[in-house]
Design a protein around this ligand. Sequence first.
Ligand SMILES: CC(C)(COP(=O)(O)OP(=O)(O)OC[C@H]1O[C@@H](n2cnc3c(N)ncnc32)[C@H](O)[C@@H]1OP(=O)(O)O)[C@@H](O)C(=O)NCCC(=O)NCCS
Length: 189
Amino acid sequence: MLRPDYPIRTERLLLRPFADPDLDDLHALTGDPEVVRYLYWDVHTLEETRAALTRRMGQDALTEEGQWLVLALDLDGTVIGQVVLKWASAEHRQGELGFVLNPAYHGKGYAREAAEAMLGLAFDGLGLHRVFGACDTRNEGSWRLLARLGMRREAHFVEDEIFKGSFGDQYIYAILDREWRSLQSTSST
Ligand SMILES: CC(C)(COP(=O)(O)OP(=O)(O)OC[C@H]1O[C@@H](n2cnc3c(N)ncnc32)[C@H](O)[C@@H]1OP(=O)(O)O)[C@@H](O)C(=O)NCCC(=O)NCCS
């Protein structure tokens, strides 16, 4: 079970649950065709974003497997993205990491900063053994970030699902708790 104390401070960001005033910032993500291109959602109307915001506001803790923790990346009061962790299996201590960033803030390391904090919650807070990330093989921004986090490419699934109307390929990246800890000790020396 994981119920973090909010906000979580990283070097430049606050990670916190979504709240009512975040509607326009969230819609800048959900309403942008480029952002959702490789996501399972389609472009949202404002009403759909409002419903998505209400859902996210309840996703602030992990109390049983199958749930998603969804946190806003707050940069000086603006929500510039989200980072998510799914508790995929309690028995096998597995989790899934995901991230979405507003394109205006790409290329500055914000997604990486938030994802590293989420890996800390996954391994130190929830006690997971392995965290994985899945992405479309064409989504270079995503798999490059998974690699920068120290995750290894474990699989390339070829046309394993129909994605937005046509068969697509997926990469699976993953990292174990001991690998994460060893990276932490290297980076702090
Ligand atoms: C995936 C996604 C979040 C990656 O965003 P990003 O900004 O490229 O990722 P990072 O935060 O790690 O930024 C890394 C870049 O910032 C640069 N950077 C600049 N300042 C930096 C700093 N202080 N610290 C770290 N990196 C920094 C890095 O060099 C790197 O650039 P490079 O890739 O050209 O080498 C973004 O492409 C996205 O939101 N895509 C749409 C949604 C999506 O598909 N999500 C994934 C679904 S599986």
